[in-house]
Ligand binder design. Structure first.
Ligand SMILES: Cc1cc2nc3c(=O)[nH]c(=O)nc-3n(C[C@H](O)[C@H](O)[C@H](O)COP(=O)(O)OP(=O)(O)OC[C@H]3O[C@@H](n4cnc5c(N)ncnc54)[C@H](O)[C@@H]3O)c2cc1C
Length: 606
């Protein structure tokens, strides 16, 4: 089975040449230590850890899976040791505040780390990923005492964290949450209820697990306005930074699932478990979702990671495996047949993977800059800045999460296809990538919910199209500036057409939705995918513009590197971007073609 190679060259191209992170970091308070040398050293070190420690555990973790015995969950062989290395290396606190034991680097550094870890071994990366969710929530909404008690050991990686939202009757519609929290005289609460599908709910990697739980107080209003947030530790803290008595939280069972088998997905039972309110009563959902935009970028990584991993392995295979002769004549005459890479249809698959991986990575790094500003606003108490950047990110994150995870699945499937029948056989690892990636369009809000959030909330309700206008203005300004560059001009022209079209589509949907309320739901998925293709086109044009400039003036990489960027941009514009037009047509079609069929007439079984 092949191993993962951190795509450092591409990462550094984006960081240093396309998005000018060195300059961006000088403008951040947390950026003082993120000098180019340090960033370089961190990327190299993290890449090494991912290649040498995490990647070799990817397949064995899938084969072995997690086990629940005597109420305790164990992770696959090698996971504990790898996790200890991870924690000792200080990786969990990379972008956590220094006052709680972190290294205080910008949030984007954490996302770069997450990208490499998630690509090398997504199931492993979920354990620290969930802890990060708990850390962010406690940092923003916890009392100083809660931060000292929980945030410090979480930052050290000594304790792990979870996010407990989902219950058997609800995942998307959290207004139906039933878990109860009874106030106690000492100010704590007793929580009772069952949560399902809880990632990292129990495991043997850390000495304690801090559950962040949504529950209802007695007499709380119905629906989402009556939900509060609680910290419920597996072991109650002993007051000296260690663990005390066991709390009433147990793992009832492990979900048997399609992929990410080395990630423990647990049914968690809370039986009069002691919990502590975090944030104001009945505002649990708001608190839980404060860092939603960064969490969603985190999950969008699960679109880019599989595209990258599957591409790396498929590319190696396509260079080695031989089948028939290239249509344009023998390419390797001394061999029995030409290798797969000489066939145009195999190249279509490989280049689709490459365009998704590199274009998606650019989308992540573009958004991560905004996340840095948003997080800085939160950490410095500058609410105005935090809100302004939260809005900018708020428009992009459903696009990133929804679109990139959908394309990540496509790319993973193409990887199987490049391997032919061998892709379906476990030993090559390609089918594992497909199974592991499938979840990405489901959790952290399904694609359907991202699409509704984008079109319904962010575009129509909250900004009456303003979010699209603001973003397309930026894209159009870039396109106008690059019209004189002959290598980039075809992309710029296309971008100008698309920015105009995106606004027209938005207005047409706004008008249609006034007459027919089903329009929002019926158009949302196409609108999301259209937005994704155009956003990725903007990224490819930006990469192409830099590559073109470097070819003229010289740059950090070889000419071949920049030429490959231009060729991939051309492929993207000519072969993938046309899909946007199918989405444009489909989103404007009437909701009637979806709604007219009576539910009873959807199938006739007799
Ligand atoms: C492996 C795994 C790990 C998970 N980890 C966690 C975790 O750590 N913590 C946690 O709390 N949860 C976790 N989840 C739960 C996950 O977040 C939910 O499954 C997800 O949010 C979807 O909820 P649901 O399963 O209830 O689907 P439903 O809400 O029942 O949705 C079913 C379908 O209906 C669509 N739909 C629903 N409502 C609407 C609507 N109003 N309009 C249009 N379409 C709609 C959805 O898009 C979806 O396609 C995990 C799940 C899995 C499988």
């Amino acid at each position: 089975m092949p191993v993962y190679k951190a795509p450092l060259r591409d990462m550094k191209f984006l960081l240093n040449e396309v998005f000018d992170y060195p300059n961006h970091y000088t403008r951040l308070k947390t950026g003082a230590n993120a000098t180019p040398d340090i960033v370089d050293a961190i990327l190299n070190e993290c890449g090494k850890f991912c290649e040498e420690v995490l990647s070799p555990l990817y397949q064995s973790g899938d084969e072995e899976g997690c086990k629940l015995e005597n109420g305790e969950v164990t992770t696959p062989e090698g996971y504990r040791k790898a996790y200890q290395q991870y924690a000792l290396g200080g990786w969990q606190g990379l972008s956590a505040p220094e006052e709680y034991g972190g290294q205080g680097l910008p949030a984007s550094m954490g996302l770069l780390k997450q990208e490499m870890m998630g690509t090398a071994n997504w199931p492993f990366s979920m354990y620290p990923g969930l802890s990060m969710g708990a850390m962010n929530t406690i940092f923003l909404h916890g009392t100083e005492n809660q931060k000292q008690t929980y945030l410090v050991p979480l930052t050290e990686g000594r304790w792990g964290g979870t996010m407990c939202l989902t219950e058997p009757q609800c995942g998307t519609d959290l207004g139906q949450v039933k878990t109860k929290a009874e106030p106690q005289e000492d100010g704590s609460y007793k929580l009772s209820g069952t949560k399902i599908f809880i990632s990292s709910g129990d495991h043997d990697l850390t000495e304690n697990i801090v559950h962040i739980v949504l529950a209802r107080l007695p007499e709380a209003p119905k629906g989402t306005r009556g939900i509060s947030l609680f910290i419920v530790p597996k072991f109650l803290p002993d007051g000296n930074g260690g663990i005390g008595q066991s709390n009433g939280v147990t793992c009832g069972s492990l979900e048997k699932k399609m992929g990410i088998k080395a990630s423990a997905t647990c049914v968690m039972n809370f039986d009069d478990a002691t919990g502590f309110l975090i944030g104001p009563e009945n505002e649990g959902l708001n608190c839980m979702f404060t860092f939603m935009n960064t969490a969603r970028i985190g999950t969008a990584i699960q679109g880019v990671g599989p595209a990258e991993l599957s591409y790396q392995w498929a590319l190696d295979y396509a260079k080695e495996r031989r089948s028939m002769r290239a249509l344009s004549g023998k390419k390797e005459p001394d061999q029995a047949a030409d290798s797969l890479i000489h066939h145009a249809d195999v190249r279509r698959m490989l280049l689709t993977q490459k365009a998704i991986a590199e274009g998606g990575r650019a989308m992540l790094y573009y958004a991560a800059r905004l996340a840095d500003h948003m997080v800085e606003g939160h950490t410095t108490g500058d609410d105005k800045k935090a809100d302004a950047y939260d809005d900018k990110l708020g428009f992009l994150t459903p696009i990133l999460k929804g679109f990139l995870t959908e394309l990540g699945n496509e790319a993973a499937n193409l990887g199987v296809q490049v391997f032919g029948g061998h892709g379906y056989i476990r030993e090559h690892g390609m089918e594992q990538i497909v199974r592991d990636t499938r979840i990405a369009t489901l959790y952290e809000g399904t694609t359907g919910i991202q699409a509704l959030d984008l079109l319904g909330r962010k575009v129509l309700l909250m900004t009456q199209g303003g979010a699209v206008r603001e973003f397309t203005l930026k894209v159009a300004n870039f396109a106008r500036k690059t019209l004189t560059n002959k290598r980039v001009r075809p992309f710029s022209v296309e971008l100008l057409k698309l920015t105009a079209q995106w606004n027209v589509l938005t207005v047409r949907l706004m008008l249609a939705a006034r007459k027919d309320r089903d329009v929002v739901s019926s158009a949302a998925n196409d609108f999301l995918m259209y937005s994704g293709y155009v956003t990725m086109a903007y990224m490819w044009a930006r990469m192409a513009a830099v590559a073109s400039d470097r070819l003229d003036k010289g740059g950090a990489d070889s000419e071949d590197f920049y030429r490959a960027k231009l060729a991939t941009a051309e492929f993207y514009y000519e072969r993938l971007l046309p899909r946007a037009q199918a989405h444009a047509t489909s989103m404007l079609s009437p909701s009637k073609n979806l709604m007219q069929l009576n539910a009873e007439h959807m199938a006739f079984t007799d």
